[in-house]
Design a protein around this ligand. Structure first.
Ligand SMILES: Cc1cc2nc3c(=O)[nH]c(=O)nc-3n(C[C@H](O)[C@H](O)[C@H](O)COP(=O)(O)O)c2cc1C
Length: 344
């Protein structure tokens, strides 16, 4: 066996195979059907995620129209991440998610955003093990689907508290825990604590997925080596470089995916086409702008692209601004028109 392969291989969640154990991170405004299908194009994701879905709102969403719920069969397995504070909110949403084909239900215990905390959800739940246990065990009783939790490390570095919390989740029937290796109040400027993700791994028997600042295969290798965790979840790194999962799958899990040489304008245009296919006009522009914030980091002067596209007032205007930027960044790029003709 190749000794550079530090990944442990596939996971099984109540019989659901996750192979390789690589997850796209739930990201508001970014983890939607078009993004997941762009990841699919390159391969390497073992389990997809939706962005967080407010459980209260989910029952009134139209599954065929809602930009949040919408999916295709190819985006599979797919975890629906739910945000709730009480079983009354959560249980109807689990039913809806199961009804639209969720293969995994994930509960958000990590979101630090103040409005979410004010309603008692996300990271606020980590401050009350009792409320969290009530919520999680009610979910467990309501579904036979794999049930997972996404947490941060907590309010302060407190080994005893964190240990009790994750053991509580395991005791309530969690099938997997994802740990974003930062405290609730910590920003992205601080590196994630992979040693703490390793502590969680040593405390529970269920699989632990590590998350935080993975931008390359080397980052992923170090993360697995330090933490010994069972899989990786990747957010910003994969929005910026949607082919990253295929590199991680090959480099860490010995897959043999053909890593397509990334042609950046081509990827951008593919993503735009997926947005057009997946979303109504008024839903597209905001998602293109959110993607561009990350994707533009592939260019030395990418902030110009993010700013230009960010200021666009319409879809056509945004695509024109992106085209102009690509032309200035790459003399071989002759515009969207020439690309469509050359695409097979
Ligand atoms: C724009 C944005 C939106 C996010 N939305 C969610 C969300 O809906 N649910 C969630 O659990 N975490 C959310 N997160 C956190 C990510 O899932 C992830 O834990 C974090 O970005 C660290 O991973 P990364 O360094 O690979 O990006 C979000 C993060 C960002 C930057």
């Amino acid at each position: 066996m190749d000794s550079s392969l530090v990944g442990r291989g596939a996971l099984s969640l109540r019989g659901l195979a996750v192979d390789p154990p690589l997850f796209n991170a739930p990201m508001a405004g970014l983890s939607h059907s078009a993004m997941r299908r762009l990841f699919l194009h390159f391969g390497g994701v073992g389990c997809f995620f939706t962005e967080m879905l407010a459980a209260k709102r989910l029952p009134s969403e139209n599954p065929n129209r809602s930009a949040l719920v919408k999916r295709t069969d190819a985006e599979s397995p797919l975890a629906y991440q739910l945000l709730a504070a009480t079983p009354d909110e959560l249980l109807p949403a689990i039913k809806v998610a199961a009804g639209v084909g969720a293969e995994v239900i994930d509960i958000n215990f990590g979101c630090p955003a103040p409005p979410i905390r004010r309603m008692g959800g996300g990271s606020k739940l980590m401050e009350s093990a009792e409320a969290a246990a009530l919520l999680f065990s009610s979910a467990r009783a309501a579904t036979d689907l794999p049930l997972t939790a996404k947490v941060r490390l907590g309010e302060t570095l407190d080994e005893g508290y964190l240990r009790d919390f994750v053991l509580m989740l395991e005791g309530c029937g969690a099938d997997l825990i994802t740990v974003h290796g930062r405290l609730r109040g910590e920003g992205y400027g601080r590196p994630p604590r992979w040693d703490w993700i390793g502590k969680v791994k040593s405390w529970v028997e269920i699989p632990v997925v590590g998350n935080g600042s993975i931008f390359s295969v080397d980052d992923g290798r170090r993360a697995l080596e330090i933490s010994g965790c069972d899989g990786l979840m990747v957010g910003r790194g994969a929005i910026t470089r949607p082919w990253l999962f295929s590199e991680l799958a090959n480099g860490l899990y010995g897959k043999e995916l053909s890593v397509k040489t990334p042609n950046l304008p081509d990827i951008y245009s593919k993503f735009a086409a997926l947005l057009v296919e997946s979303f109504k006009e008024h839903q597209r522009l905001i998602r293109l702008k959110a993607f561009t914030q990350y994707f533009s980091k592939n260019f030395p002067f990418g902030h110009n692209m993010a700013m230009r596209v960010g200021g666009a007032k319409s879809w056509d205007d945004a695509m024109l601004r992106a085209e102009e930027f690509f032309k200035s960044a790459d003399p071989d790029f002759k515009g969207w028109g020439s690309m469509e003709k050359s695409e097979g």
